[in-house]
Design a protein around this ligand. Structure first.
Ligand code: SF4
Ligand code: SF4
Length: 186
């Protein structure tokens, strides 16, 4: 006859599960004295049993990432923003350009930038059939940036939101002219 097996002891976690649940402070929050603390202190003095409770940490739900829909398509635009005269480059941008082209920062600064005002350097330009003048790094046939991974911070930030004013203008004018290739003069 097989030996009857002894019931296994209740695991600590299971024991804790069976305790009543109360909400505790957020994890990491400094604990302050509460009314319950004083009640427990009094109970301890008069030798009263206080039922054990399981403290459940109340954690804040992480904020949900809201996807932002970009409302412009640079592949349909001839690159108007790259035709701005004043595309500022900071020393960090010059250093990035220097690394990209295997130059010293001094060489990159001389070759790719020029002084706009005391203490402010901008990207050099080249002539352009569409906008007369455009950034020297712009491919005038493909109508796109040739140094996308190494472009200056100001180019990365533009147009500073999910909409581009020029793109809206371009689409409006193309719709108005019923011509998908129309390029208005800005
Ligand atoms: S002007 Fe606007 S749509 Fe055109 S290339 Fe610049 S960001 Fe893109
Ligand atoms: S670096 Fe690239 S993105 Fe910036 S202006 Fe020049 S061509 Fe345009």
């Amino acid at each position: 006859m097989p030996k009857p097996s002894l019931p296994s002891p209740m695991p600590v976690t299971a024991a804790a599960e069976s305790l009543p649940v109360v909400a505790g402070p957020p994890v990491g929050a400094p604990r302050r004295a509460t009314r319950k603390d004083s009640a427990q202190a009094v109970a301890a003095q008069v030798d009263v049993q206080v039922a054990p409770v399981r403290i459940v940490a109340r954690t804040a739900a992480p904020p949900k990432a809201v996807p932002v829909k970009v409302r412009y398509d640079c592949s349909k635009c001839p690159g108007y923003c790259c035709s701005y005269d004043r595309i500022e480059v900071k020393p960090r941008d010059v250093a990035r350009l220097a690394r990209h082209f295997g130059l010293t920062p001094e060489q990159a600064e001389r070759r790719f930038t020029r002084l706009w005002a005391p203490g402010e350097r901008i990207l050099r330009h080249q002539s352009d059939d569409v906008y007369k003048s455009i950034c020297r790094f712009f491919d005038r046939t493909e109508r796109r940036c040739t140094i996308y991974a190494a472009r200056p911070a100001v180019c990365r930030e533009y147009p500073n939101g999910n909409k581009c004013g020029y793109y809206d203008f371009l689409m409006f004018e193309r719709g108005h002219q019923d011509d998908e290739t129309f390029i208005p003069s800005a």
